[in-house]
Design a protein around this ligand. Structure first.
Ligand SMILES: [Zn+2]
Length: 366
């Protein structure tokens, strides 16, 4: 384990990466800008970079020569897309109706500032709200207002059907090692993956590691309560079929239940209490032998784990379909899929240490 001074430096590196990664949009299915930004962060890693049709980004660092025959191939996957909206319709008065992509909480939107990412540049606006002074019907539309007087003015700004839209919120460092921002789900995973790739060569790791920054993970989760009906994570599925790795690690967030409104007996994952094994979700169950392997690796590395069960899904669900053993790690996160998500830098740094330990020991997984 590294000492306190090293930990502080790593925490600062992670905070810098998050500040950079959260400021770039990547609405699910529209990941070009965030992919370019991640590529710009990778040169110090010496990784071989490539992409594919769904837009996944691959960064491969060959294993160190340790004299043994053959290199295990490990895929470490973090989705780079985020929940958001696309423009659906523009009416003749210039109101822009938004279609949600990913599981945005139903009651979220009205009153939020939004950015519309057009080919001509970013346009600012807000999601219209019905103030308490107006009597309104029960069903509320999600519509943006960019200050235009009519449809033509909206179109002149470059806004068209399909323009991706994000909440106008970036990154904020809070006190006590906590951070807040839009799309910490899953730029936290991306930050860990960039930091891991930067360290692989120096750590003399025998396995050949391909970092996959996957696309379209969020697409398909419907904003409903109840068990999630989900169809997402297609990007990682293609990546797993392309790579056919011997082992995979998925880095994603896991929701914290340590907040008001959750009865104490249902509280499970806590913010700041360490990286979590995601044991069960709607589409994937961790095999008991994987859980045992991960607990062994963690205890040897002095890493404290949490364990959790969650609704929804991650990229692990589709990587399993390619007949690959998958370790699904959850980085604790409060208020997932909202503009104000909160995470703890210590959890993120622990996730980096744990992922490093896993790729170092992967030859012990039987
Ligand atoms: Zn996620």
């Amino acid at each position: 384990m590294s000492n306190a001074g090293d930990e502080k430096i790593i925490k600062e590196e992670i905070a810098d990466l998050l500040r950079t990664l959260v400021s770039v949009p990547g609405v699910t299915g529209f990941e070009d800008s965030i992919r370019q930004k991640i590529i710009s962060l990778l040169p110090p890693t010496g990784a071989r970079i490539s992409t594919d049709n769904p837009g996944n980004l691959y960064a491969t660092v060959p294993g160190a020569d340790t004299g043994r025959d053959g290199h295990l191939r490990v895929m470490v996957c973090a989705h780079m897309d985020e929940v958001g909206f696309v423009v659906n319709n523009i009416d003749d008065r210039g109101f822009i109706f938004l279609y949600p992509l990913g599981g945005i909480p139903e009651y979220l939107g009205p009153g939020e500032w939004v950015t519309l990412h057009t080919d001509k540049g970013d346009i600012q606006g807000c999601v219209g709200i019905h103030p308490p002074h107006l009597a309104v019907p029960a069903r509320r539309e999600i519509f943006a207002d960019v200050g235009a007087r009519n449809r033509e003015q909206v179109q002149q700004m470059g806004v068209i059907t399909g323009t991706p839209v994000t909440f106008t919120r970036h990154f904020q460092q809070l006190g006590n090692d906590r951070v807040m921002g839009r799309c910490l789900d899953n730029r936290m995973g991306c930050a860990v993956l960039v930091a891991l790739l930067r360290r692989l060569a120096a750590n003399n790791i025998e396995a050949t590691v391909t970092g996959v920054f996957s696309t379209t993970e969020e697409h398909g989760m419907l904003p409903v309560s109840g068990p999630a009906r989900v169809y997402g994570a297609r990007g990682a599925g293609v990546a797993a079929m392309n790579l056919r790795p011997d082992f995979a690690v998925v880095l994603d967030s896991i929701v914290c239940s340590d907040i008001p409104g959750i009865p104490p007996h249902l509280r499970q994952v806590r913010l700041g209490a360490g990286v979590a094994l995601r044991l069960v979700d709607d589409l994937a169950i961790m095999r008991p032998k994987m859980r045992a392997f991960l607990k062994e690796v963690a205890s040897a590395a002095g890493i404290v784990l949490q364990e959790g069960i969650s609704r929804s899904y991650t990229d692990a669900s589709v990587i399993q379909l390619a007949d690959v053993p998958v370790a699904t790690l959850g980085i604790p996160l409060r208020y997932a899929h909202s503009p104000g998500q909160i995470a703890d830098l210590n959890d993120i740094v622990q996730t980096l240490h744990f992922t490093t330990a896993i790729v170092q020991k992967v030859n012990l997984y039987k």
